[in-house]
Design a protein around this ligand. Structure first.
Ligand code: NAD
Ligand code: APR
Length: 230
């Protein structure tokens, strides 16, 4: 197996009990995205945003990785250096399943970020803006989450790895948010085979060479077992 580039979305964590964003009872049907996931929303009401991410952080701590996370961890362990795992998710279920080197392009719930000096540190259970940054001491603490309108992390590295891939796979994403949603176009333009694994065909199904559909905890372990047999 040469080099597999895997992008995961909220769907891979759905069966761990963490909500998705755009399914019928998704987070964005219950919270006003513009108030809790944009820099403007944070400026207007930081306490509301901290409450939102403190709630999500607690849900994440209460959740456990599922068989899909475990299968990807096994794939990475059996093929060191041949699997790039990029996630749009801000939970740490990939790491708790055993995956290493995970690229969190939208940030991580388990980290705090100083808006003044850029220092990062492990997030406290209940984060507040007035918490002093351990490095510069200023009360400029924010969740280390990439909000709408902000640039995702490590994009240069992501695109370099994508260009070298021999297979591009998306697992559990609706393909609604750019630039992640555009990775399949990049892969297809470079002649890289593409595979969508999702509960049901996403709106971007037509851009993939192949699709495997069903709950991630059933489809992903079966797909990984097939790879490990080959
Ligand atoms: P976008 O193109 O997905 O959305 C465009 C605008 O529409 C955004 O400003 C957003 O606030 C708004 N919007 C999208 N879906 C909405 C909904 N369901 N209800 C209300 N408003 C909605 O996002 P964008 O503004 O072009 O920003 C894309 C950048 O933001 C990318 O870098 C992406 O990685 C990052 N991002 C991060 C998160 C996160 O929560 N971590 C979420 C989405 C995007
Ligand atoms: N197994 C596999 N796929 C599933 C499952 C499951 N059990 N349950 C849901 N899905 C699929 C849905 O069909 C949907 O296509 O997961 C996808 C979830 O899509 P979204 O809720 O849009 O989540 P995602 O694509 O990760 O959103 C991208 O938007 O708001 C931002 O930062 C947020 O990173 C997120 C980004």
């Amino acid at each position: 197996m040469d080099s597999i580039f895997i992008l995961t979305g909220a769907g891979i964590s759905a069966e761990s009990g963490l909500g998705t964003f755009r399914d019928k009872d998704g987070l964005w049907t219950r919270y006003d995205l513009s108030r809790v996931a944009t820099p403007e929303g944070f400026r207007a009401d930081p306490a509301l945003v901290h409450d939102f991410y403190n709630m999500r952080r607690k849900n994440c701590l209460d959740a456990a990785p599922n068989a899909a996370h475990a299968a990807l961890a096994r794939l990475g362990r059996d093929h060191p250096g041949e699997v790039t795992l990029v996630t749009q998710n801000v939970d740490d279920l990939h790491e708790r399943a055993g995956s290493t080197g995970v690229i969190h392009m939208h940030g991580e719930l388990r980290r705090a970020l100083c808006a003044a000096c850029g220092h990062r540190w492990p997030a406290p259970e209940r984060m507040r803006s007035e918490d002093a940054c351990p490095s510069c001491g200023r009360p400029a603490t924010r969740p280390d989450i990439v909000w709408f309108g902000e640039m995702p992390y490590r994009m240069d590295e992501i695109l370099e790895r994508l260009a070298r891939a021999t297979l591009f796979v998306v697992i559990g994403s609706s393909g609604e948010v750019y630039p992640a949603a555009g990775f399949v176009d990049e892969a297809a333009a470079q002649g890289i085979p593409t595979l969508e694994i999702n509960l049901e065909p996403s709106g971007r199904r037509g851009l993939f060479d192949r699709g495997l559909y069903g709950p991630a905890t059933e489809v992903v372990p079966r797909w990984v077992a097939g790879l490990l047999r080959d």
